[in-house]
Design a binder for this molecule. Structure first.
Ligand code: ADP
Length: 264
């Protein structure tokens, strides 16, 4: 019997995400939960949330992506995040030519050709600086939450220089700036500028072309998006529902006609 439902599951380093589509590609539901210490359990939870009691639950085809994709035991296939992000962003934004994705523990730049196929990409998964982990550590350390950081730009801060290229040293540098009496918002703005500069260097290396879409959970941070625009000197558009783009791409790739797009 042909599958009637298509499930994309993205088991990320911090958050597991899922998107359920019907055979016509219409969205039936989305779910997210922390990945925690048991990616297999997180994936099972998302499946349960989206499919329990669903009349088509017996005919679902799943594609898994993300760092924990091999642990999604109900998946028919696993596909790399690069392919899934490209597919998801391009579906949501057909004009996209470059994608900057910043997640919890890695960042990627993907360049697409006119047809939406991956032309080139670069990935940083070796260092927490330049990823969501940097912002998570800094927010927790200084008693702020992610929403505070996202809204920081409204305070019109004057970003200070944060030059350390390592999260551990950057934290020390931030403490040192505060002990000199610098304002917390100016220091935090400096952290955003440092992340934006890192991303900009990779984007320039890959000769990023417009339109550029920003995805991943960190794209929810408006302060960073604005800082990226200022550092790059080009528009940076936030992807529609940025944290779900890879799961969206995986769900699209789960449909039979899209199975051929899994080479990278
Ligand atoms: P992964 O796939 O690696 O789990 P995600 O793309 O899900 O990563 O992004 C997770 C990151 O997104 C977190 O580390 C956090 O910094 C950031 N994030 C999540 N929600 C928000 C929010 N509401 N505002 C700003 N940043 C956010």
């Amino acid at each position: 019997m042909a599958e009637a439902l298509f499930l994309g599951v993205d088991v990320g380093s911090t958050t597991a995400k899922a998107v359920l589509l019907d055979a016509a590609g219409a969205e039936l539901g989305t779910a997210m939960c922390p990945t925690g210490h048991d990616p297999r359990a997180a994936a099972a939870r998302l499946r349960g949330e989206l499919l329990s009691g669903h009349p088509g639950a017996g005919q679902v085809r799943t594609v898994a992506t993300g760092y924990g994709r091999a642990l999604v035991d109900y998946a028919a296939q696993t596909v790399t995040e690069i392919t899934c992000h490209a597919r998801g962003v391009r579906h949501l934004h057909p004009d996209a030519r470059t994608i900057l994705d910043i997640g919890g523990q890695d960042s990627k730049v993907i360049r697409l050709d006119e047809a939406g196929l991956v032309q080139d990409f670069a990935m940083n998964d070796r260092c927490a600086a330049g990823t969501g982990a940097f912002l998570d550590v800094i927010a927790a350390r200084f008693g702020r939450n992610l929403a505070d950081l996202a809204a920081l730009h409204k305070l019109r801060p004057e970003p200070l220089e944060v030059s350390s290229t390592c999260v551990v040293f950057a934290e020390t540098e931030v403490v040192s700036l505060l002990s000199q009496g610098k304002k917390l918002e100016d220091v935090l703005a400096g952290v955003h500028r440092a992340i934006a500069r890192r991303a900009a260097a990779t984007l320039k290396q890959l000769r990023a072309t417009e339109p550029l879409y920003f995805s991943g959970g960190v794209a929810l941070n408006e302060t960073l998006r604005l800082e990226l625009e200022s550092v790059l000197g080009m528009p940076v558009r936030r992807s529609n529902r940025p944290q779900l783009t890879a799961a969206y791409g995986a769900a699209l790739l789960a449909a039979p006609t899209r199975r051929e797009e899994t080479s990278r």
